[in-house]
Design a protein. Structure first.
Length: 553
């Protein structure tokens, strides 16, 4: 694929394969059942668990050692794994201005068969099996007796600490995604790759109108497609500003800062946050992963599109992009937690941000049983207490199943408890509306979805990608190039796209716009408590406005 933004060098084939490699595996809820928990599908990294320090590290380590030993495995706990994060076979550094203690550590699982005790070979390493076996050992009311050690020439296995509190400090490392949180993102592809053989149709143009949520994946029905924009850039207030402009951060795939709309609209001297390697930047190179077929990667340009939505909602905003996701729109939960912790520490160190957009999410396998780690919730609460609203996309799976982090607030009749201080800036879960005001069929719904706004066939900014497809017809004449529409030539710098990913930044921008005048005129107090109160007021009014526009049945 040629790219006018950055002339590409020869790609290493190993890097492309690794970038396309799935981050995790699908959880089979029927595997390793443990009463009283009922598990539901999710996606997780099979080779390690996440450990947070809940004051029970020694007991957790002992229980993990015992459970791992029963499979012929061993565990190693990283002391500071976030300095060098390895995901999908690609080493990625999360940059930070100074070293800090990690809030989450990885529990690496490895085969470790013991002669005379374990069969050869031992089962493949699986974080879910280890987690469930540890839970079973802790919750089993019976006496902890290792009968195998009594009858064989093997050292006794470590005892089990039967304290249920130890189960709250360890869990799966879930795969977060910008699209349907358990699947490849059908809303992210310029041309959907969901078909085993895209050339297998007798007539590829035979679909009069695709039905169901998948219809949004097709260009012309909401899927990403090229568009030309003839209007002006969002008009910002110029001249001397006594105060400051509102700042909106977004954790996404990054942002192509070379777009005309973004000149002078990026936060000056931002802290170094997120992934910084340029050779894997999905906002610069559109085809990083998989075969050399020229197709744009599923989430390439996603962050740039989000940035344009924010500016349309708040032209006076300054943007702070934080790259956490790859070109396929995925990031491991542990890596995301590292980035959120870094962002929080930057706020505590003096960085001022008024809204944080998170168009990413995942599903937890046992949320109603409270067997999920509260670390992300606590970090987001602290961010809100510092005067920064948190806005999350609800997800594109057509379900009412709560998605994380969107549902991590005190919604009515919540099936789990999270801290939700009333004096902090709001936490908003955002679903998507069709252009006519009806709720998009793909959008997640439920009482945990706080509001709905436009999220279908949105026009916004795009890197100037040129994909591998060509115009269907060409007939040059009189020295002029004449051709049909090239379906993945984004030379205009704009695109049409759909998803709750693009509803959320509209709300983030509207919240920033609601406090912009007072901030810029220096007529309102700018401390965290005052900004939080003002953001809550803006949110309440905005929610009332948007709720009135939702089409009734």
């Amino acid at each position: 694929m040629s790219n006018p933004v950055t002339p590409g060098r020869a790609d290493d084939w190993r890097r492309r394969y690794d970038a396309f490699r799935p981050r995790g595996v699908e959880l089979d809820p029927a595997k390793e059942p443990v009463e009283p928990y009922t598990a539901y599908p999710t996606t997780y990294a099979p080779g390690h668990l996440l450990l947070t320090d809940e004051g029970h590290e020694d007991a957790i380590r002992s229980n993990l050692d015992r459970a791992a030993g029963e499979f012929g495995w061993a565990v190693d706990i990283d002391r500071d794994p976030s300095d060098e994060v390895v995901a999908a076979g690609v080493a990625r550094r999360l940059a930070r201005s100074q070293p800090r203690a990690p809030i989450v550590r990885r529990v690496r699982i490895r085969p470790n068969p013991q002669p005379g005790r374990d069969d050869q070979p031992v089962p493949p390493v699986d974080a879910w099996r280890l987690l469930q076996r540890m839970r079973a050992l802790v919750l089993d009311p019976g006496e902890d007796v290792d009968t195998q050690a009594e009858t064989r020439d093997a050292s006794p296995r470590v005892p089990v600490v039967k304290d249920p509190e130890t189960l709250k400090g360890v869990g799966l490392d879930h795969v977060m995604s910008v699209g349907p949180f358990g699947h490849t993102n059908p809303f992210g592809h310029t041309n959907p790759f969901g078909h085993t053989n895209p050339f297998g149709h007798t007539n590829p143009f035979g679909h009069t109108n695709p039905f169901g949520p998948d219809s949004y994946a097709r260009p012309g029905s909401g899927g990403r497609q090229v568009v030309d924009y003839v209007g002006p850039a969002p008009a910002r207030r110029e001249g001397e500003i006594p105060g400051r402009r509102p700042v909106v951060a977004f954790m996404d795939t990054g942002c192509w800062s070379g777009h005309d709309w973004f000149e002078g609209r990026m936060l000056e001297k931002p802290p170094t946050l997120g992934i910084v390697s340029a050779d894997s930047d999905p906002e610069i190179k559109g085809d990083i992963a998989g075969p050399l077929d020229g197709f744009l990667d599923g989430a390439a340009g996603h962050g740039t599109f989000v940035a344009g939505v924010i500016l349309q909602a708040c032209p006076d905003a300054l943007l702070l992009p934080i790259r956490v996701a790859d070109s396929m729109g995925t990031v491991l939960e542990g890596d995301f937690l590292d980035a959120v912790q870094d962002f929080l520490e930057a706020l505590e160190g003096g960085l001022v941000v008024d809204a944080l957009n998170i168009s990413l999410g995942y599903y937890h396998e046992t949320p109603a049983d409270e067997q999920f780690d509260k670390t992300l919730s606590r970090l987001l609460v602290r961010i809100r207490e510092l005067g920064c609203a948190v806005v999350c996309s609800a997800g594109n799976d057509s379900t009412s199943r709560p998605a994380f982090p969107a549902s991590l607030w005190g919604w009515p009749d919540a099936e789990f408890h999270v801290e939700d201080p009333k004096d902090a800036a709001p936490h908003v879960a955002v679903g998507a509306l069709n252009p006519n005001g009806s709720v998009a069929l793909f959008s997640n719904v439920g009482r945990w979805v706080g509001t709905f706004t436009q999220g279908v066939s949105i026009v916004s900014t795009s890197p100037k990608f040129q994909g591998g497809m060509q115009a269907g017809s060409r007939a040059d004449r009189n020295g002029q190039r004449r051709e049909g529409l090239d379906p993945d030539d984004f030379a205009s710098g704009f695109a049409v796209w759909s998803g709750t990913s693009f509803a959320a930044p509209y709300i983030a921008g509207r919240l920033a716009a609601g406090i912009a005048e007072g901030l810029m005129d220096a007529t309102t107090q700018t401390d965290a408590a005052s900004r939080s109160a003002r953001l809550r007021e803006v949110h309440d009014g905005l929610k009332d406005e948007l709720d009135e526009g939702i089409m009734a049945p």
